[in-house]
Design a binder for this molecule. Structure first.
Ligand code: GLC
Length: 503
């Protein structure tokens, strides 16, 4: 459908709000992202919208959404689209071989400056015959994941669902012709997983979405070069894009599919009025749906610490850590720097002990296959969760999130890919979670003589201690140094165990 030109523009003053300044960071939308509350502030217009937003945010329905989200704790993120066919290589050049902008593979159109008509040809070859929604959901389930979020439309503008707003979708433009979002929605429902979609609401290299940079951002903005399609720009304005593609497609998604979460992305200079409109659109269709903080301007339900970031401090707010299984979201054929089972478990445990969920990404290739190594690693963690899931699902942060010598900093996608994952967990490292008078102490290393000391319980009245996966209570004493536990003989696949301490 043609995007009609719309004249109305909002004053720049509304656009530059506290939350959008977060964009000036190395992790694109990372550094100033936060998990500790929405913090709506600014102009009178902003405060008025904020007051209306608050009523929706405080509603009982949203609270139900938050409870389900917290119960689920661990989910599968999926970045899949036309770009997956390229695997991060365009005309023989890797993402790293030159260009501006992020090197993650789903950014290939921007980084290699592929003209729109050229990129569009990828739709004609998109025929992922190996895609099987039930199989992907079975993998997520066996991995211990309780929800799934897939890219319904990423920054390249291509929709993986049946959209009446445009022909640039999987039904009209590809030989595949199947509604991927519908198939996954149905498969998730069958298996009891919550289902959500990612939708790049502010950035769209095909149809005029520039995160509001040109019309609402400062004149000289270095991010334009990194983010925006200036090599073959769409003739439509940002306002046109929002009114005639982004909002209508979000309406389609929320009205036609049963969603628990909508994951919006890259607001940067998105005016507050639009963030509000997106929020209200979702709320009116289904008030239990949660939306993440990248809806912009503080209007999110779910905080985000940033791409591949583990926050320093815990927060009891609703938030979600997000990470890749290698160092790209979209399939990158030559990136084999996979997070091992123990690293994956570390990310899960570190996020959950700080009060967050963990949404871990896989990048299926152009045939519809999730890379085997990532599946293998996920399943190993799934095995751990079968035994130790009580320490994760439905938990809240305890008074202490971690004790012990290991202090791993995870500060972004580039940071992780540069530093790799060097770990030496100690038997003195414990991560804690809490649920119904029980505290869980999760260890990622075995003790030399099967005796461990958990200091955080010093001075607390302990009723009993159980090793998850076993039914007998274990021997323990709580003394001046803390809780000493005699571990029974058990097998843990070398990636850790969890104690349940009843208080
Ligand atoms: C960033 C990237 C994007 C990825 C997302 C995941 O916003 O632009 O490619 O989808 O983070 O968190």
């Amino acid at each position: 459908m043609k995007i009609v030109k719309q004249q109305a523009k909002f004053r720049k003053t509304i656009a530059v709000t506290t939350a959008v300044l977060m964009a000036l960071s190395s992790s694109m939308v990372g550094a100033a992202e936060k998990i500790s509350g929405s913090g709506i502030a600014g102009s009178p217009e902003m405060l008025a919208l904020g007051a209306k937003w608050q009523v929706m945010s405080d509603s009982a329905a949203k609270q139900r959404g938050r409870e389900l989200f917290n119960e689920n704790k661990y989910g599968m993120f999926i970045h899949w689209g036309l770009y997956s066919q390229l695997g991060g290589i365009y005309q023989g050049e890797k993402m790293e071989d030159g260009g501006t902008g992020p090197r993650v593979a789903e950014w290939v159109m921007r980084r290699k400056e592929i003209p729109r008509a050229e990129y569009e040809k990828l739709a004609k070859t998109f025929n992922p015959t190996k895609f099987d929604a039930d199989e992907w959901v079975a993998i997520a389930k066996a991995a211990g994941m309780k929800y799934m979020v897939i890219t319904a439309k990423h920054h390249d503008g291509f929709a993986l669902f049946d959209s009446k707003v445009t022909d640039y979708d999987v039904i009209d433009a590809t030989p595949f012709g199947r509604d991927i979002i519908r198939e996954l929605e149905v498969a998730c429902k069958k298996s009891g997983l919550s289902f959500g979609v990612y939708y790049s609401n502010a950035l769209d290299w095909r149809d005029g979405g520039d995160s509001g940079m040109k019309d609402y951002g400062p004149a000289k903005n270095p991010l334009q070069k990194q983010f925006v399609n200036r090599f073959d720009p769409s003739p439509v304005s940002f306002d046109d894009y929002i009114a005639n593609k982004s909002l209508p497609q979000v309406r389609e998604l929320v009205n036609n599919y049963d969603l628990s979460q909508v994951w919006m992305d890259t607001p940067i200079y998105l005016p507050a009025k639009y963030s509000f409109e997106f929020y209200k659109t979702l709320y009116d269709a289904n008030p239990e749906i949660l939306v993440n903080q990248r809806i912009g301007n503080g209007f999110g339900d779910i905080g985000t610490p940033g791409d591949n970031v583990i926050p320093d401090a815990a927060s009891a707010n609703t938030w979600e850590g997000i990470a890749t299984t290698n160092n790209s979201w979209g399939y990158k054929s030559y990136d084999t720097d996979w997070k091992s089972p123990i690293e994956t478990l570390y990310w899960l445990v570190a996020n959950v002990s700080k009060g967050g969920n963990f949404l871990l990404n896989v990048g299926p290739d152009g045939t519809g296959t999730i890379p085997a190594k990532s599946v293998e690693n996920l399943l190993a963690v799934g095995k751990w969760l079968k035994v130790n899931g009580d320490a994760i699902y439905g938990t809240k942060p305890w008074q202490v999130d971690h004790e012990g010598p290991t202090n791993l900093q995870m500060k972004g996608t580039g940071h992780r890919s540069k530093k790799k994952f060097k770990f030496e967990f100690s038997q003195d490292d414990f991560w804690f979670t809490e649920k119904e008078h029980k505290v869980y102490a999760i260890a990622l290393a075995r003790a030399d003589n099967n005796q461990v000391l958990v200091q955080a319980f010093k001075g607390k009245t302990v009723k009993n201690v159980r090793l998850l996966g076993t039914s007998e209570l274990v021997k323990w004493t709580n003394g001046s140094k803390g809780l000493t536990v005699e571990l029974p003989t058990f097998s843990d696949d070398g990636i850790g165990y969890a104690l349940e301490i009843s208080l």
